[in-house]
Design a protein around this ligand. Structure first.
Ligand code: MRU
Length: 357
């Protein structure tokens, strides 16, 4: 279906990850906003590749897809509980190599492994073992939807009618089971007739802001204006932005936040203009094992994303390129981290820990 055809079909929302009974149907996010194509995935390799190539992206959606990937890996495997547990571990280790920064990937894989360990300890027969693992992946997806609604409620409590809100990258429904994290308050505001004016940074080099955020908010009827990344400062200087809200791939124990490259610049600009900078995420994105932002692995991607993104060469052949996919915003720039349990403020070291007590 093309985006044009979709306008007439007018679905209420686009689900990025769908379990269809026997396989995983993933919305190919590389093709948006031009085409709506679901990729049928049957194997753990298919899922690994989809994550690596950004067919599915966004921290929670990566975790959910990987959980289904583990199940696909054992769906037709022979053997009893001990063999199936070994297979789950093997597939989880493999999927963990698909992308390094979003901790939700490792969190979801750990949940699948813990579930398999429990089933093996109980000596579950193969049928029950497999169906319980599928149920765990489905639970991870269902919980994410509920979590995001709560994040939206807590975030919306910080916003007022008529406010200008700037966001970077895509932390919307497409990046999660539904609603998104940073975009959840915008959907709730829309449901309640509250007007927010959203500015979406286009988000070089892969344009998640232009292709995904602008697309999904426009589909939902939210007032959204697309800007290039280098326009954020000007828009703030005009007084059009009263809050910034972004998602994150990993929050370190000290409150440093890794998110899409460019987020750090936006945070510095927000501070310079006295604008609150909010980060929205589920508890599964908070990684107390990682002490600070300096310890978060930052993915570097292929130079073609910068020199010939979307097939058109825009830089000389042979040019040196640096293409980190994420950056780290130090916690001193973060006004609050908004989770399903409410908004957490500094001192982060202490207050993030309290969330898990
Ligand atoms: O490279 P991507 O598109 O996976 O990066 C996504 C982001 O940086 C999102 O802001 C983050 O994963 C949060 S999604 C709720």
């Amino acid at each position: 279906m093309t985006a044009k055809e979709m306008e007439t079909a007018a679905p209420e929302w686009l689900q990025s990850v769908r379990w269809n009974g026997t396989r995983l149907d993933l919305l190919d996010q590389r093709l948006l906003p031009e085409e709506i194509v679901y990729l049928p995935l049957d194997t753990v390799q298919d899922v690994w590749e989809a994550i690596r190539e950004l067919k599915v992206r966004g921290a929670p959606a990566i975790g959910i897809s990987a959980a289904y990937g583990v199940y696909l890996g054992i769906a037709d495997a022979p053997g009893g509980a001990a063999e199936l547990l070994a297979e789950v571990r093997r597939h989880a280790d493999y999927l963990a190599t698909s992308r390094p920064t979003a901790v939700n990937l490792f969190w979801a894989l750990d949940r699948m492994k813990a579930s398999a360990e429990q089933l093996a300890a109980e000596g579950a027969e193969p049928g029950r073992f497999k169906s319980a693992l599928l149920a765990e992946a489905q639970r991870i997806q269902a919980e994410d939807e509920e979590t995001n609604r709560l994040i939206g409620e807590h975030a919306l409590a910080l916003f007022q009618d008529g406010m200008g809100v700037l966001t970077h990258c895509n932390a919307g429904g497409l990046a999660t089971a539904r609603y998104g994290t940073a975009l959840a308050p915008m959907y709730l505001a829309q449901e309640r007739g509250m007007k927010l004016k959203v500015f979406a940074d286009e988000t070089r080099p892969v344009l998640q802001g232009a292709r995904l955020t602008a697309f999904e908010l426009q589909q939902a009827g939210v007032d959204v204006t697309l800007i290039c990344d280098n326009m954020a400062g000007y828009v703030m200087s005009k007084g059009w932005v009263q809050a910034v809200i972004v998602g994150t791939d990993r929050v370190a124990a000290n409150g440093d936040v890794a998110n899409k490259i460019g987020t750090y610049s936006v945070a510095v600009l927000a501070k310079a203009h006295g604008i609150p900078f909010y980060v929205a995420c589920p508890l599964s994105t908070i990684d107390l094992e990682t002490p600070s932002g300096a310890d978060i692995p930052i993915e570097e991607r292929h130079e073609d994303e910068i020199t010939q993104g979307f097939g058109k060469r825009t830089a000389p052949k042979g040019i040196k390129v640096f293409n980190p996919a994420f950056d780290v915003t130090p916690s001193e720039y973060v006004t609050a981290i908004i989770t399903e349990k409410g908004a957490v403020r500094a001192p982060y070291e202490e207050n993030l820990r309290k969330l898990f007590e």
